[in-house]
Design a protein around this ligand. Sequence first.
Ligand code: PGA
Length: 236
Amino acid sequence: MALIIGNWKMHGSAASLVEVGQMIDGAEAAAKDGMQLVVCPPATMLREVSAACRDTKVQTGGQDCHHEPSGAHTGCIAAEMLAEAGASYCIIGHSEARARSGDSNERLGAKVDAVLRVGMVPIFCVGESLEERQDLRAIDVVTGQLDVVAGKADQVIVAYEPIWAIGTGLTPKDADIAEMHLAMREKLGPQPPLLYGGSVKPGNAAEILRIDNVGGALVGGASLVAKDFLAIARAI
Ligand code: PGA
């Protein structure tokens, strides 16, 4: 089963429901080929998008959550709320969220536990900065980040997203993606799906998704348009 997960970030409006409808139509055929499509819209749209996706081959996810089930945390969303709105997955540790919140490994672990607590699947993101790659520290940095989920590898999805590849149009060499995914596989064992994310587009998806140990993609910009998102799904 290959996973193609769309991370809409802070994009989307009522008009995006038209795109969701087209994704649902296209997902039926993709699912026959062993493909699971997931869309992670902004939290305000989650209930509506999840309702549109009910009993279809598209599932939904949140983009981040608080680790507590409720409390005086202005602006935050609990995993319980995402699940109630219809989400089956939640992204945790995306580099944009890490940069904003400064979450420690301990806090990220608590968020992963919160997602599991409500029966959703965590999509745990890891990735190095350009400086860390240039200093030949990428593998150490990423495998260190994986300590958070190493004890729960059978319950999570992991997405390798080099920070410098997100939204830039740049992607690592195939050999670098292969090397990183092998290191992640060796650390986590055979169970978790390992995705690649960072400037995945219809034009490069087939090549990236062919790399050993790459079990799917986490897609930002190209997931907003149904035609592009489905083309990536079809690339496997
Ligand atoms: P991108 O984003 O596909 O726009 O590079 C990927 C992500 O941040 O998940």
